[in-house]
Design a protein around this ligand. Structure first.
Ligand code: GLU
Length: 320
């Protein structure tokens, strides 16, 4: 691994931590500690209508009760609009982002008209309508151009292993996950040109997360497996912005009674901070850790770190 390990836990403050989100928090903390690295918390509050006032403070308290203290004050995405705008402006200047005037209905109609019913997780695969221009409609969102089949385009950033042109021209992303192994997704085919700034003016998760992982120098992303599907898009966007690609480790999810990822909607209870050892033990089991009786939170964590290191600590694989 590189000399500097910087990891992060990036909760969206839509409610308190529950047994599922603790697994992701604990895994990222353990990985940072096992590598002698830094662990950061980033509050992902870009989607303001979904945020619950006070949830950020509650999450930080719950983490602290479980012994998970960030090494620097948490960063709030809602305070970073200027950074996201600068990134979007760079993409626009490089002709890698374009305005889109399509409504959901426009997209559905365009797909139907071309005989395609391409949809994925109920998301419509964007057919590229506005690549040709807005055709008189007002701009609603901004999208990333996920493939360029033409000649090379110059990009602002050079001196990296990949240039934006290499990556965008080949939107078939192949990446390595430290737990799931070899992964592949052709972003242009599977997702299409994806949204960077939404029609309601809010920053899309993909843009904010990539800009912040880059700005914070994140070397290792450790998060829940439900987010693995975003990784190809994020690596593509890193290339377009001239940012390095971190290593990725996606950890198992805790499932609710309906078999889906545990969430408030399917019965997740807020983490009980009166019983931090029980909460840690449950999260540890999901991660394959078998910590013997521990007298305190600090003791539990101290036992868990070498176990984690034995399972995950020696991984040398970096993104090619
Ligand atoms: N904020 C995202 C979530 O809570 C996590 C983002 C990430 O770890 O990349 O689902």
């Amino acid at each position: 691994m590189g000399a500097t390990y910087i990891g992060r836990f990036a909760p969206s403050p839509t409610g308190p931590l529950h047994a599922g989100s603790l697994v992701a928090a604990l895994a990222s903390w353990l990985d940072a500690r096992a590598h002698g690295g830094t662990w950061l918390v980033r509050i992902e509050d870009v989607d303001t209508p979904r945020c619950v006032p006070g949830a950020d403070a509650l999450i930080l308290q719950q983490l602290a009760a479980c012994g998970l203290q960030p090494d620097a004050p948490p960063l709030y995405q809602s305070q970073r609009n200027a950074l996201y705008q600068t990134a979007l402006d760079a993409l626009i200047a490089g002709q890698l982002a374009y305005p889109c005037g399509c409504t959901r209905q426009d997209i559905a109609l365009a797909l139907a008209a071309s005989g395609q019913t391409r949809s994925r997780h109920a998301e419509l695969v964007y057919p590229g309508t506005c690549r040709q221009g807005l055709q008189g409609r007002p701009a609603r969102a901004w999208r990333l151009l996920t493939e360029i089949l033409k000649e090379n385009r110059p990009v602002a950033q050079t001196g990296r292993a990949h240039t934006a042109t290499d990556l965008i021209a080949n939107s078939n992303m192949i990446w390595h996950d430290r737990r799931l192994g070899a992964q592949q997704q052709n972003v242009a085919q599977a997702v299409g040109d994806f949204v960077l700034k939404r029609a309601d003016g809010l920053w899309a998760y993909q843009l904010a997360v990539v800009v912040d992982d880059g700005a914070q120098g994140i070397s290792d992303v450790v998060r829940g497996e439900d987010l693995a599907d975003n990784t190809a898009r994020q690596i593509l966007l890193q290339g377009a912005l001239g940012l390095p690609t971190p290593r990725y480790l996606h950890v198992p999810l805790v499932r609710g009674a309906n078999g889906e990822k545990l969430s408030k909607q399917n019965g997740a209870q807020p983490l009980n901070t009166d019983q931090p050892l029980a909460s840690l033990a449950a999260a540890g089991l999901v991660l394959g850790l078998q910590v013997a009786a521990a007298g305190s939170v600090a003791d539990w964590l101290a036992q868990a770190v070498p176990q984690w290191a034995a399972l995950h600590g020696r991984t040398e694989t970096a993104h090619p």
